[in-house]
Structures are given as C-alpha cells and as structure tokens.
Design a protein around this ligand. Structure first.
Ligand code: A3P
Length: 258
C-alpha cells in the first residue's frame, strides 16, 4: 500500500490501485468479508453521483412515504457507509457532472484532499487518483455485473428526467407496492429543493471544520449538464477521447444533458 499526502495533509492509502481513506483501509479485511443477507439492500454509487438522493428515496419507500419517520436521523445514520465499517451502499451519474460535483466537494470537505485548480483536478480525476477510485472502473465494473446478480442499475439523469418512473422501479425492486398519492409525495419530498432545505439530508449538522458549506454547499446545484460551465472546449475534446478508450467495449450510454 502507498501512502500519499496531498494538499490538506490528508492521508490516503491505495488498496488494489484504489485510493481510500485510512479509516477504510484499516478496516479492509472486515469490509471485504462482509456477507449480505438475502434481504439486505446495498446502495453502490460513485462519489457525487447522487448517493444522498437515492438514500432518501429508498428510505421514503421503505417507510411508505412517512415524512416524520424519515426525519428520525440524519441520512448518514439511516444508511451508513459500509466502507467506514460502520455497517452498509448502483446508481451512476455521467462522468463530467461527477467530476464537477466532486471538485466542488473536495473544495469544501476538509477530510478530502484539496483539489487544486480545475485544470489540475481534471488530470487527477481522469487518472482515477481520487478517493474511492476511478469513475471508469466503478461504472464499468457494476455495469458488467448487473445481469449476474440482483442489481438495479439507475442513472441520476433518468431520476432527474422522470423521478416518478424511476422511484417506481426502486419500489418494485424493494418488493413494495405503494399507491399513487404516496409515490407523488415521495417525488415531492425527494426533490432537490426539498432536500436542500432538509437538515436530515443537507449535511447542515456536519461541523464547519469538516464541511465548509460557505465554500460550496453540499446540495450544490443538482442538475444535469453543469459540466458545460466548467469544461473548456479543449478539455471536452480530450475527455471524450479518453472516455472512448477507457469505456471501449461497454454498451453503457450516458445522457449528458436534459
Ligand atoms: P451537485 O454538486 O452537482 O449539485 P452524493 O450524495 O453522491 O455526494 O452526490 C451529491 C450530488 O447529488 C450533488 O450534485 C447534489 O446537489 C446532488 N443531489 C442531492 N440530492 C439531489 C436531489 N434531490 N436531486 C438532484 N440532485 C441531488
């Protein structure tokens, strides 16, 4: 394993080529030996792909749209991250929007390395040298796996375009059957605007020394296509070329704008 100290003196280590936080690496054997029970549900997302969004959707479905029950705790406690070995989390979001969202997240999150300039971050991201590893490996890996296991593969862009339809898919996957009014309520309660104001989802309870939301809010924009405000024409061409090479042979298709 390799220890790298970047920007904010954050210590990270590589496990099989993937950069991870020390707390994760220290518990690696325990995490790797995790065995799911038949009714366990794991949410497997790349950072900034909409983890919090799908967590809230799943919790709302599980509690039949009961808003009060979903206020019982902050989202990090309702669905803990398995990699912090406090017990468990495919949803995918297009690489360009993930990169932009992750860049701003690393600017405000003092537990993650300083991203440097946008130009620097662009290189870091395409080389997969970010915490939790390469977007390309994550997406390709789960895409290849999806038909072999009981996996519901979701796209951020689809949830954005037609939340009700996608939430219905999650509901069926969870073996639930909720009526239209409950579904409509879940759509409303899990909208970006609602979740931005909801202290149980917007990370407002996290101390400023960890997440400084005055630098960039956790619920930042919640849109498809913000990459267009960040990528230069040259960066975009270069990215598309790298993307073609790295994603060669996969049938996955991402929507880049709505
Ligand atoms: P942006 O930075 O592009 O705004 P994660 O939860 O995996 O860290 O992902 C965070 C990203 O998902 C942020 O993207 C955030 O705004 C967006 N997000 C969170 N809740 C959302 C919602 N209800 N609708 C749309 N986007 C949402």
């Amino acid at each position: 394993a390799l220890t790298s100290e970047l920007g904010k003196q954050i210590k990270l280590k590589e496990v099989e080529g993937t950069l991870l936080q020390l707390a994760t690496v220290d518990n690696w054997s325990q995490i790797q030996s995790f065995e799911a029970k038949p009714d366990d549900l794991l949410i497997c997302t790349y950072p900034k792909a909409g983890t919090t969004w799908i967590q809230e959707i799943v919790d709302m479905i599980e509690h039949n749209g009961d808003v009060e029950k979903c206020q019982r705790a902050i989202i990090q406690q309702r669905h803990p991250f398995i990699e912090w070995a406090r017990p468990p989390q495919p949803s995918a979001r297009n690489a360009k929007d993930c990169m932009v969202s992750y860049y701003h997240f690393q600017r405000m999150n003092h537990k993650l390395p300083d991203p440097g300039t946008w130009e620097e971050y662009f290189e870091t991201f395409i080389n997969g040298k970010v915490v939790w590893g390469s977007w390309f490996d994550h997406v390709k890996g789960w895409w290849e796996m999806k038909d072999r296991y009981q996996i519901l593969f979701l796209f951020y862009e689809d949830i954005k375009r037609d939340p009700k339809h996608e939430i219905q898919k999650v509901m069926k996957f969870m073996g639930k059957n909720l009526d239209e009014t409950v579904l409509d309520k879940i759509v409303q309660e899990t909208s970006f605007e609602k979740m931005k104001e909801n202290p149980m989802t917007n990370r407002s309870t996290v101390s400023k020394s960890i997440m400084d939301q005055s630098i960039s809010p956790f619920m930042r924009k919640g849109t498809v296509g913000d990459w267009k405000n960040h990528f230069t024409v040259a960066q975009n061409e270069r990215f598309d070329e790298i993307y073609r090479k790295k994603m060669e042979g996969t049938s996955i298709n991402f929507c880049m704008e709505l």
